[in-house]
Design a protein around this ligand. Structure first.
Ligand SMILES: [Ca+2]
Ligand SMILES: [Ca+2]
Ligand SMILES: [Ca+2]
Length: 224
């Protein structure tokens, strides 16, 4: 009986932690004109566009995000990046989106097949840069959102076409260009992510909350 109570409380604590972690990361877009889809940032400063897309699909059950309206851009800006004021410096840099013109230069498409109509290009973009060190010899074919305090685009979070690998902060060529440093990718999925929560942290990493809850259970047992 006592053992059952403690086990039950431990399971409950683990469930709260697991669901809480997922809810903290994923945000659903609801309201007039909304997709109803779920979105999140994933910090990953090394994955190129292709690897980031694979992670979005296999680890996060969605795809790289598509931004097909001003409303969706504004939602991403506020819900994922916290808006422009105050600017969140820890999120400064470039984030992969699900757009590419790799199949046909200059013809941009979304990975979902949605129509390409709304755009939020930064000044001078897309430029299909093919010169060292920014560009690729074959030009730039992969879409990223650049989160910076001084956007040059119609709305904050302006877009840039980039080379497949992105601009790594560790590359000395980009040492003074933090606006371009690869920060990660943005995932969008159509279904509620909560039924498949993220892995429960290892016991050593359990937040104090869970430790305290287990301690209370133990204390209760001692009193009983
Ligand atoms: Ca979308
Ligand atoms: Ca291109
Ligand atoms: Ca570019």
């Amino acid at each position: 009986m006592r053992t059952k109570t403690i086990t039950g409380m431990a399971v409950a604590a683990a469930m709260v932690l697991s669901v809480g972690a997922a809810q903290a990361a994923w945000v659903q877009w609801t309201g007039p004109g909304a997709t109803g889809n779920w979105y999140r940032l994933v910090e990953d400063s090394t994955s190129g566009w292709t690897a980031a897309r694979a992670r979005a699909q296999t680890e996060f059950g969605g795809d790289l995000a598509t931004i097909t309206s001003a409303g969706e851009q504004l939602f991403v800006n506020s819900a994922l990046f916290g808006g422009s004021s105050p600017f969140n410096e820890t999120l400064r840099g470039s984030w992969w989106l699900g757009g590419t013109d790799a199949e046909s230069e200059g013809t941009w498409t979304w990975v979902t097949g949605e129509p390409w109509s709304f755009t939020n290009w930064g000044s001078g973009q897309p430029d299909n840069n093919s010169s060292f060190p920014f560009g690729d010899a074959n030009g730039e074919d992969y879409l990223q959102l650049v989160w910076r305090p001084d956007p040059t685009s119609p709305l904050p979070g302006g877009w840039n076409d980039a080379r497949e690998a992105g601009y790594l902060a560790s590359d000395p060529n980009f040492a003074n260009l933090p606006n371009l440093w690869l920060k990660g990718f943005i995932v969008e999925r159509t279904t509620d992510p909560n039924p498949r929560p993220e892995p429960i942290p290892a016991p050593a990493a359990l937040p104090l909350f869970a430790v305290a809850l287990l301690g209370l259970a133990a204390a209760g047992l001692r009193r009983a």
